[in-house]
Design a protein around this ligand. Structure first.
Ligand SMILES: [Zn+2]
Length: 308
């Protein structure tokens, strides 16, 4: 029979075993807690990381969306500014067009009432039509005429300019009078035939000729005469104070010397002054040119402003 030892040894052994088991349970139990805590911590960490990641991605998203919004607002603003700018420039160009159109309309309205013949250049081959008559004529008062007995007329728009010019000349001591103004085609024909009889056709064409006729038929040209010349229209007028005054001042009243000395167009007529409007006369005076130096197209540009 196998001996199992004394009873106390068995009890002690059992107790030891139990103790060993008991401490194993404790350790196992503690170990379990630690594992669970670690898991929770890891889980919490993961959540935190996820939250952090979320937060950072949300922040980045917000930032980029703010940047994008800002950029798109800035774009929209700049587009609006561009639109406003382009509208303003369009408006400006419309306004310019409108003002060009209205000045063109006003020029056209003026031109409707102005005979284009008034600024035409006449020559030995290009005369004013014999049927041309000014729409109206105004009588030059006696005080301005060389001869009281002779009716002298210019077109009504020219009369006040002529009077102002003669008044100003007279105030400066440069006395001069109108010897001849408007002449109808018929009266010129008569005058010319008289010359023709006296001098023969060739001479009549040179000195009483057609260019000057045409200008007188317009009702805008005047022959001026100074005292002391015996009532003659000749080159001596060029030596008078009246002529010097006209050369310096007539443009202010719209008058210009049609046929200056040594011109290639017609005989020298220092006494013959034609109304072409203040604007054109001023241009001619300032540029040292004469009407017949300009081409007709250039002259036509001044027609609308002839009575300004
Ligand atoms: Zn004349």
């Amino acid at each position: 029979m196998r001996s199992i030892g004394p009873a106390w040894q068995w009890i002690a052994g059992a107790a030891l075993a139990a103790a060993a088991v008991g401490s194993g349970v404790d350790a196992w139990y503690a170990h379990g807690i630690a594992v669970r805590t670690d898991a929770r911590l890891a889980e919490t960490d993961a959540r935190l990381s996820a939250l952090e990641a979320d937060l950072s991605s949300t922040t980045a998203g917000l930032q980029s969306s703010i940047v994008a919004t800002h950029a798109s607002l800035a774009n929209a603003l700049s587009e609006e500014r561009q639109n406003v700018g382009s509208l303003a420039s369009q408006l400006g160009s419309y306004q310019q067009q409108f003002s060009t159109v209205s000045s063109t309309v006003s020029d056209l309205q003026k031109l409707q009432s102005i005979d284009p013949q008034l600024l035409e250049k006449y020559s030995k081959v290009y005369f004013l039509n014999e049927n041309y008559m000014p729409a109206a004529l105004a009588e030059i008062p006696d005080a301005y005429k060389y001869s009281d007995s002779k009716l002298e007329q210019v077109i009504p728009q020219v009369l006040p300019k002529l009077e102002s010019m003669l008044d100003a000349a007279s105030s400066s001591g440069a006395l001069m009078y109108v010897a001849s103004a408007y002449r109808s085609f018929d009266s010129q024909s008569n005058l010319k035939s008289q010359y023709t009889v006296v001098y023969g056709a060739g001479t009549a064409n040179t000195f009483s000729a057609d260019q000057g006729y045409s200008e007188h038929q317009l009702g805008t040209a005047v022959d001026l005469i100074a005292p002391g010349l015996g009532g003659q229209l000749d080159d001596r007028f060029a030596a008078t104070g009246a002529y010097a005054w006209l050369t310096a001042n007539a443009y202010r009243y719209g008058f210009t010397l049609s046929y200056p000395d040594n011109n290639p167009y017609y005989i020298y007529e220092p006494w013959h002054w034609r109304f072409v409007g203040v604007k054109l006369a001023t241009y001619l005076h300032d540029s040292g040119k004469h009407l017949y130096d300009l081409d007709q197209r250039t002259i036509d540009g001044y027609l609308a402003s002839i009575f300004d």
